[in-house]
Design a protein. Sequence first.
Length: 135
Amino acid sequence: IPDGATKTEKILNHSSLVFPELRSLLGRDKSEGKKLPYKTNQTIGGETVDIVVATKKGDFIVKFFDDVSFKTLDSFAQALSKSNKQIFRVLCVAKNYDEELQSNQLSSLMQKLSLKYNMDLIFEEDQGYSMLWIN
């Protein structure tokens, strides 16, 4: 279970274990209490995102959703793409993804988005996270 007092801290702590680009921001000093530098509630391409961490490869973006459909993902992805920001990775963290996204059509749906960056779909569960799609 990822440590952290808030869902922001939990997803960032979990992500820094997975992505070297985030881990490198913590430096060699793995001392207790060292946290990733991040901004909250930033607007990118007209979409408000919950977390932005600036990395050498571009922005690491997290957006929390309640329910996600392909239409939701598509409009979110288009807005981010319009921003012309350098985006390293986007995590969509949701309590629920609709049936279409949980079907065997997921791969072709993700390709339809024509993303210029990596986007991961993550279930937010009571005891942590599980992956629906990792790019």
